[in-house]
Design a protein around this ligand. Sequence first.
Ligand code: NAP
Length: 250
Amino acid sequence: MRLTGHKVLITGAGTGMGLEAARQLTERGNRVVMVARDAERLRREADRLDGAVAFPCDISDAEQVDALVATIEDEHPDLDVVLLNAAVTHTYRLFGDEDMLAHAEAEMRTNYLSAVRLIGALVPVLRRQEAPALVVTTSGVAFAPDISNPTYSATKAALHSLVQAVRLQLERDGSRIEVSEFMAPLVDSPFSAGVVSDQKMPAATAVAELLAGLERGELELHVGITADVFQALRVSSDTAVRAVNAATGG
Ligand SMILES: NC(=O)c1ccc[n+]([C@@H]2O[C@H](COP(=O)([O-])OP(=O)(O)OC[C@H]3O[C@@H](n4cnc5c(N)ncnc54)[C@H](OP(=O)(O)O)[C@@H]3O)[C@@H](O)[C@H]2O)c1
């Protein structure tokens, strides 16, 4: 796909890769609807970009997502690209003092269940467009868990599975929607603040690779160390788990 002249919804656009995607996409002549919870920060960032608007929304809250979808239908019926990128994580050690279940519930709500809800609500909008695309940010940890972010890793594995099912179903429905998965590497952003590693890629580089991959028509983008994890997986899943945790210090 040519990444110019689109209207793109980006979740998690207040910081990190989502914000960087908003920057790089507006620079290429796309219009962007930026979504995140911190309204003040989101509006400040959107104001700096030509062609961006902010829509503060907690994607784990059904009523707020309904309001977002209603606004898309009313004000942005030409939305043709959706980048589901928001996520939360808890960096912690299994069997320490942390509440695994509370972490897992919060991570599943934001990282997986909100994607189920948003895909269900936004595919009908995308179906009406000429060259629509759905892009979902997962991670190399969808292939093999990072044990310092154990329950988060499982949400990305679930999301990876969902993306594959959505792609095949849409293909069988004869849909034009291109479904791509951005399997991001370890990136320097607020998200990975708790991870000590010298392998963090700058967010701008990761997003430039994402956009280049989308323009090449790649459906599953293995950026940076995710490509190494994918290769390790071909040896064995245990090799891949050890490769991930060597990179993250997990
Ligand atoms: N950084 C890494 O090493 C790494 C590696 C692989 C994959 N990833 C993935 O890359 C994506 C982007 O992460 P990042 O590194 O750019 O981290 P980030 O800077 O922390 O960005 C995450 C964004 O999600 C938003 N967000 C969180 N919960 C939300 C909710 N309930 N509703 C709406 N927005 C919400 C946050 O803003 P508010 O707090 O304002 O809501 C923030 O803007 C995530 O899917 C992450 O899993 C990251």
